[in-house]
Design a binder for this molecule. Sequence first.
Ligand SMILES: *Cc1c(COP(=O)(O)O)cnc(C)c1O
Length: 489
Amino acid sequence: MTATTDAPAPICDVHEEIDAHWPYIQNILEDLRQVSDPDIDEPISKGTDNDDWEELTSLAIPQTTAQPLTKVVQEAYHIFDHRMRTNHPTFFSFIPSNSTELSWIGDILVSAFNAHTGGRIASAGPCGVETALVEWLASKINFPSTAGGLFVSGGSMANLMAMVIARDQALPKGTHSRGIIYVGDQVHYSITKAARILGFDEEQVRQIKCGTSFQIIPQDLQKQIREDKQNGLIPFLVVATFGCTETGAIDPIDEISEIVSREGLWLHVDGAFGASVALSSSRQGMASVLGHAHSVSWDAHKWLFQTYGCGMLLVHDKSKLVSSFHSKADIIDREGRLEPEVGEFWDLGIELTRPSRAMRLWFTLRVLGEERIGRWIDHGPNLTEIIQSCLEEIPCWEIVSRASLGILNFRYNPGGMTEEELAKLNEQIRQAMLASNTAALMTTKLQGKLALRICCITTHLTREHAVNLVRALDQTAKIQYDPTAVLQK
Ligand SMILES: *Cc1c(COP(=O)(O)O)cnc(C)c1O
């Protein structure tokens, strides 16, 4: 057979379509600006009923023939419409997403350039920024100049990677089945999940019961470690939390770090939510204890206002990342491997091909500047403290866990009710608040009490909004408690 001289024409024949729709495509930014910044009157949540579900899932697969671009964009709007607005100003459930336009404008840049940030050889610019930005963030949590880290998809990934390093550094080879991990009973479930992924049994994770302030009790931790050592087990890792998801509580990291260094363990601090306080204007001092950790998880897609998929793992000593994640690979070595210290991210983590998540956060930080983002970070917790003092001033409201890093738990407790009745009443209050589109709260069970939980890291609300929220809560609670009493008034 002889090769034909007619080379096939390029197959990427979409440019004309894009050209034809370009004015429409430019308008997409206009639409997105609105959806990414919902008005307070817009619905907080939109789910699906069975019919919606069928209709939505029918859109999932491509049709045999091409569809007009404009139609498909409309389909995307329709699909995304069915979601909880985690960025709604009165969404206080989970950890809200207060991602701003800045974050997704940064995303557009990251996506369009699509730099391969596996290593400096592939994208010197973004890898250089990632290295330097991570070092700057590490200095904010009191880490020394040996520190380093990398951007990852989120807290779950950062926690998993930290536990890989802890295992490699602090658990002697061949002793896996005797290794013991210590966590508080308020620990995030991604930690227990990571332990399982790493092949540790449930019995190898010791849950230390927290005290009334939802923090690990150091004496209990010390006692358990001694006991386990006496029984021939090998304690190797303590996971403390800086900003528990349920309560915002901060474990006593100073005291825990003393125990950890005395006993020769690894200290990982899960700061997925809380570590951002290191950049706040008035609370940054709180973060200095993080310097005692060997590794820290930190999510930028929570309290640094980024869109999802932007977290970090920071380690006290960057060489430990290389020890766990470097793997000899001919293809990479052939291309010319540089020293890991200079931004060879494929040697620092699990991913090879990775987007430049760092450039996204860089964009926001660079536009806002340190002072401004500091005030943004403080705003939510300041409002939470206002909500707490308002609740304390009106009868029947009980604070279950005090405001910490913008998280507050409370409940309506008019007296004379059993725990079960109180749980039902407060759950009704949560539902009514959502049904009236006033606010999305979460319920959580804390030491036997069902509480209403808010996490407030918004930049959108005012003191007046906070006061109105408490007023609405009180009215809703009264109606739920005794509908007739309110109607008679
Ligand atoms: C959110 C959170 C995680 C999990 O992080 P993802 O980014 O959701 O994977 C872990 N720990 C704490 C304390 C968190 O708040």
